[in-house]
Design a protein around this ligand. Structure first.
Ligand code: SF4
Ligand code: SF4
Length: 381
């Protein structure tokens, strides 16, 4: 059966505009009532990366949360909201981005993800068991609310990547270390999506983030609300809207290799706007964007790994020496300087860019290794 993905134009965060866009996005799937029945306990999982105001486009917008929560309540469900930021408390993030007000207005229960539990991934590709939040598993319905953003490591973060938030707090960093490269990390994300299995995904692509996301990019109006029961199908359609194919987007490439439903155009039926009508021109990808296949044998890639990777550089002018980057680095590659800025030990850096994700000052820039620059110039990366 074909997987529905709806694409709806939404020009602003005016509460009525957002509510009608969310409602229109669910119509082809039978409305919220097709997912939520009277008495269901429903968990919303927004993107709550770090404490930034809504207009910075780092986190899911409060009006998306409000609109979805109201739809759930109208269908007779009880609404909860949960996540596990890698840095900072969920309370401070909710208060900074305005979701806190929505939580109060609508009586939403906040569920911080704190307790990891090992879950077997029966058909897992990268890992056979993954530790995720026990709290996230206690609900009748899970609704994933990703933000449309670029991502220095994975190119884009949307529905599949947002589920990484089900891994508790700083243990996310350990998974970067275990995954080692972006291909295996994509496999891990797909394994997590097999375990977490959201019932519904509704994407906030009204004000997106382009450039060096997910924490340090630039807001860009893309005016889209999208919905699908499949995280992979939704990501696939939005990547097409941005003009990004599997040759660039590792998560989609790996999903195709694994034969996941929703990873090929013939698996999907779109509703609302066509991909052409929704198309976003000249969307700026991260400076680290590269082709998935370098056309080089793996043993050569291994030997010149540093030169083929992008790496972070700390900007002395912007750095306030808060220490967040050094604290989160899984391999202790960062040494901070007293007056601001610091050094990255490239011999140990695994290019996970967790440091950039948590930097509150946009003080970390990705820089391409020498060989990567050359290969991009000649069109093989
Ligand atoms: S320096 Fe940054 S990119 Fe490198 S391993 Fe540490 S956190 Fe990851
Ligand atoms: S680079 Fe960013 S995260 Fe690291 S110490 Fe400076 S301000 Fe903090």
């Amino acid at each position: 059966m074909s997987i529905p993905v709806s694409l709806i134009r939404c020009m602003s965060y005016d509460p009525e505009d957002v509510r009608s866009a969310v409602r229109a996005s669910l119509e082809p799937m039978g409305g919220m009532g097709a997912f939520v029945k009277h008495g269901h306990r429903v968990l919303l999982k927004p993107n709550l990366l770090i404490a930034k105001p809504a207009e910075a486009a780092v986190t899911t917008h409060p009006e998306i949360v409000r609109a979805v929560a109201m739809e759930v309540q109208e269908a007779g469900g009880e609404v909860f909201l949960g996540d596990s930021p890698a840095f900072g408390s969920i309370t401070s993030i909710l208060s900074k981005n305005g979701i806190g007000e929505v939580v109060e207005d609508l009586g939403i229960g906040v569920v911080p993800f704190r307790s990891p539990v090992a879950v077997a991934v029966s058909n897992g590709v990268a890992f056979k068991s993954i530790e995720i939040s026990a709290e996230s598993r206690k609900f009748d319905v899970l609704i994933n609310l990703p933000k449309l953003k670029t991502h220095t490591l994975m190119l884009l973060t949307m529905a599949v990547k947002n589920l990484f938030g089900a891994v508790v707090g700083v243990s996310k960093v350990g998974w970067h270390l275990r995954a080692k490269d972006d291909g295996r990390f994509a496999d891990l994300l797909l394994d997590i999506s097999r375990v977490v299995r959201p019932d519904l995904n509704i994407l906030d692509g009204i004000l997106a983030m382009e450039g060096n996301g997910p924490g340090s990019g630039d807001p860009r109006w893309t005016h889209i609300v999208a919905a699908s029961p499949s995280a992979v199908a939704l990501d696939h359609v939005i990547a097409s809207v941005l003009g990004v194919g599997p040759d660039m987007f590792m998560t989609l490439a790996r999903a195709r290799e694994q034969g996941i439903e929703g990873s090929l155009p013939e698996h999907i039926t779109t509703f609302g706007l066509s991909i052409k009508e929704a198309a976003v021109r000249d969307f700026r990808l991260p400076a680290t964007a590269k082709r998935v296949d370098f056309s080089l044998p793996p043993f050569i890639k291994g030997r010149i790994r540093q030169s083929l990777s992008a790496y972070p550089v700390l900007n002395m002018e912007k750095c306030i020496t808060c220490g967040a980057c050094a604290d989160i680095c899984p391999v202790n590659a960062i040494t901070l300087h007293e007056g601001g800025g610091g050094d990255v030990d490239r011999s140990v850096c695994i290019s996970c860019f967790c440091c950039q994700e948590v930097c509150p000052e946009r003080a970390i820039d990705p820089v391409e290794g020498r060989m990567l620059r050359v290969m991009k110039r000649i069109g093989v990366a």
